[in-house]
Design a protein around this ligand. Structure first.
Ligand SMILES: O=P(O)(O)OC[C@H]1O[C@H](OP(=O)(O)OP(=O)(O)O)[C@H](O)[C@@H]1O
Ligand SMILES: O=c1cc[nH]c(=O)[nH]1
Ligand SMILES: [Mg+2]
Length: 209
């Protein structure tokens, strides 16, 4: 599986703000929004383009647009903090939603929302979720997408654990990963170490289900 690191001093500084336990909810959300811009910018670098003529005030020249605008899929809740920036960078994109809550005892993902187009064949899909820990939530989300015909899937994350990267690799699904960091591992609660804590809680407060 292809893994692309966004290795840039500005991305590292934003990730540091997100890791810092002293960052409050608005500070965390703002750093996530800005970092998402960098992740998406890199993730879309090799996207297919279409050439067309554009008329400047002076002459006709070569214009460029995305040949195949993607579907963005934030994984609720934490991925919600990434979707606004991603869709403003790619205004032609559409958005689908998946809701997934990890059971705190078993660490297994529990899907609670699936709002996606029926047919995803031929559509590049960008799954937005800041955390790839055990990988269970991402693999489950990708299963839903593949079931609808998706064959070109990019997982866009902020922090990944090696276990999550391995789970994506071993899934055999057509996915590549774009991330700002791969951390040391997981603790006994399956939290990423050093990580940044619970990315949903750090944006929105405690989860109620
Ligand atoms: O790789 P995994 O071990 O599956 O863990 C990662 C998942 O955990 C977090 O969501 P969480 O279940 O905490 O829900 P939330 O976004 O509502 O807080 C995170 O946003 C991922 O979806
Ligand atoms: O470290 C982790 C692991 C799962 N979910 C999170 O939000 N953080
Ligand atoms: Mg959470």
């Amino acid at each position: 599986m292809e893994t692309q690191f966004v290795d840039h001093p500005l991305a590292a500084a934003l990730l540091t703000t997100m890791r810092d336990a002293r960052s409050d909810n608005p500070t965390f959300r703002s750093a996530l929004r800005q970092l998402t811009q960098m992740l998406i910018y890199e993730a879309i670098r090799d996207a297919e383009i279409e050439i067309f003529d554009v008329q400047t005030p002076v002459a006709t020249t070569r214009g460029v647009r995305l040949a195949n605008p993607p579907l963005l899929v934030p994984v609720l809740r934490a991925g919600l903090g990434m979707v606004e920036q991603a869709s403003s960078l790619i205004p032609q994109s559409q958005v689908g939603f998946v809701g997934m809550a990890r059971d705190e005892q078993t660490h297994q993902p529990v899907p609670y929302l699936e709002s996606l187009p029926h047919d995803l064949s031929g559509i590049p899909v960008y799954v937005l979720d800041p955390m790839l820990a055990t990988g269970g939530s991402m693999v489950r989300t990708i299963e839903l997408l593949v079931h609808r015909g998706a064959t070109d899937i990019t997982a866009v994350c902020v922090v990944a654990a090696p276990q999550g990267v391995a789970a994506l690799e071993n899934s055999g699904f057509p996915v590549r990963l774009v991330t700002a960091a791969v951390d040391e591992g997981l603790n006994e609660d399956a939290f990423i170490v050093p990580g940044l804590g619970d990315a949903g809680d750090r944006q929105f407060g405690p989860r109620w289900i």
